[in-house]
Design a protein around this ligand. Structure first.
Ligand code: ADP
Length: 213
């Protein structure tokens, strides 16, 4: 516990930070109707005593558990469209051999498959390995034969959160999710692939949060 005597104004600052974090000193001053210069010594005391945490370019946090709250908020507020990457897509008629070449050239772990522009399947590294050691004719067999097929594909919408994506990846034990939009193409309902969110995208969020704040 903190055993320094806090002034009424310092207590007020703590309350403001708790409910508005991250918050800049300017915003705190505005809420209290003081100038920034007036509250500067208070903020210095509160940060030096470890009650508040100051992060450059972000603002003040209430320390301790609240830092974790910040991560939770970021995971919930950041959307899949903020972090998605370009999907690598092949047509169902593509041969397994050509899809493997694509996997290497594009340096990805999974490839999405479409037919008439709509999502029909997913191919992962293990799908290729399993079939390659199984001895199928890689140059003849189209990916449509070996892929995981709709409706068994776990997808995500661009407006869903990073936490939603991470949860689906963990629950379904997959490496990536196609980011999709529901469309009607040539009077067929289905999903148009607009991106890809993988474990790497999610780890990048953590690395960025740790490095930037
Ligand atoms: P790896 O094969 O490298 O372990 P995954 O864990 O992503 O990669 O794939 C495991 C299995 O799940 C594969 O058969 C793959 O086709 C399938 N799969 C991959 N992504 C999805 C997804 N988003 N929805 C449904 N199935 C998927």
């Amino acid at each position: 516990m903190i055993n320094i005597q806090l002034s009424e104004r310092q207590e007020k600052i703590i309350d403001i930070v708790k409910t508005n974090q991250p918050i800049t000193s300017e915003e705190i001053a505005k809420k209290l109707n003081f100038t920034r210069a007036t509250i500067r010594p208070d903020l210095a005391i509160l940060t030096m005593s470890g009650i508040l945490d100051a992060r450059p370019k972000v603002g003040y946090f209430y320390s301790g558990k609240e830092a974790l709250t910040f991560f939770q908020e970021q995971m919930k507020n950041m959307s899949v469209s903020d972090i998605k990457s370009v999907p690598i897509v092949v047509d169902e008629q593509t041969t397994v051999y050509n899809a493997i070449v694509t996997l290497f050239l594009e340096d990805v772990g999974s490839i999405y498959v479409t037919s008439d522009g709509l999502l029909t399947g997913v191919l992962s590294r293990k799908d290729f390995l399993k079939n390659a050691i199984g001895g199928i004719d890689l140059n003849k067999i189209p990916v449509g034969v070996i892929m995981t097929r709709m409706p068994n594909i776990v997808t995500i919408a661009p407006k869903e959160s990073v936490l939603d994506a991470a949860t689906k990846i963990i629950e379904h034990q997959v490496d990536s999710l196609p980011v999709v939009e529901e469309v009607n193409l040539n009077s067929k309902n289905g999903y148009k692939i607009i991106g890809r969110v993988s474990k790497t995208n999610i780890i990048r969020v953590f690395v960025d949060l740790c490095n930037n704040y």
